[in-house]
Unconditional design. Structure first.
Length: 172
């Protein structure tokens, strides 16, 4: 083998090494993106596990659908605080979904039903507050999230225990 053949072989090997490096870098980027997504989902789950949200959820889901601002305020300050606490969580989640930080399917599975239930209870209160405060963007991302969940069929979706009753853990 002469020097030219050797140089050609080295060049071909170099090209393969570069291609392998690019492939490996792309795999690492995908892994990093998946890890970031999973961490964001876990943080969202954790955000809904605090006692303040649980209490707000309990108070709000005991109310009839369609609470006006006046009706909510007549129930006492703790109901307005509960409404703000719960809706601001969903406001944040809506923005995170829009920005692509958290996938909507994970939010749909995690708290989609809760988001819709609370929305139905509070939508008149939200609309009244927007008018009273001349603040059209009040809870805009929460409404955006609800609209997306409805588009995806969340209200008609059977519960997980029915949908995934034949689930098997992935093989390792």
């Amino acid at each position: 083998m002469d020097l030219n053949e050797f140089v050609n072989i080295v060049q071909v090997l170099g090209i393969f090494a570069v291609i392998f490096g690019i492939w490996l870098a792309l795999k690492q980027l995908k892994l990093l993106r998946n890890q970031r997504r999973d961490l964001a989902i876990m943080e969202c789950a954790r955000a809904f596990e605090d006692k303040e949200f649980t209490e707000a959820y309990r108070l709000l889901t005991c109310l009839k659908v369609g609470q006006t601002k006046e009706q909510l305020l007549n129930r006492g300050e703790k109901y307005e605080i509960a409404a703000l606490r719960a809706t601001m969580k969903f406001e944040t989640i809506g923005l995170l979904v829009y920005k692509g930080v958290v996938p909507i399917d994970a939010i749909e599975d995690l708290v989609g039903g809760a988001a819709l239930v609370i929305w139905k209870v509070l939508v008149p209160w939200i609309e009244d507050t927007r008018i009273d405060r001349s603040h059209a963007s009040f809870l805009e991302w929460y409404q955006w999230l609800v609209d997306r969940l409805i588009e995806r069929g969340e209200p008609d979706r059977p519960p997980a225990f029915q949908t995934y009753k034949n689930w098997k853990p992935p093989s390792t």
